[in-house]
Design a protein around this ligand. Sequence first.
Ligand SMILES: [Zn+2]
Length: 80
Amino acid sequence: MAMFKNESHLWQSTCDAFEDEHLPGAVALWTGLYACQECNHEIASNEGDLLPPANHHRHASPEAIRWKLIVYADQRAKEF
Ligand SMILES: [Zn+2]
């Protein structure tokens, strides 16, 4: 499970991007942390990179890897 120390870096979102499931090897639409919906294995990916492939890790069940965005990394610089 993803962890953080300072909650001022995170805020809860209702964005639909967190509901979408992505196939292994698909292009990551967002930069951030993704979790496998079968086993909760977490990875980091950058927007435009390929999500890890189907053989990235194995499951005890025959279910395939399905990646879901769990933390979005906002790359815009803050203006003070
Ligand atoms: Zn998994």
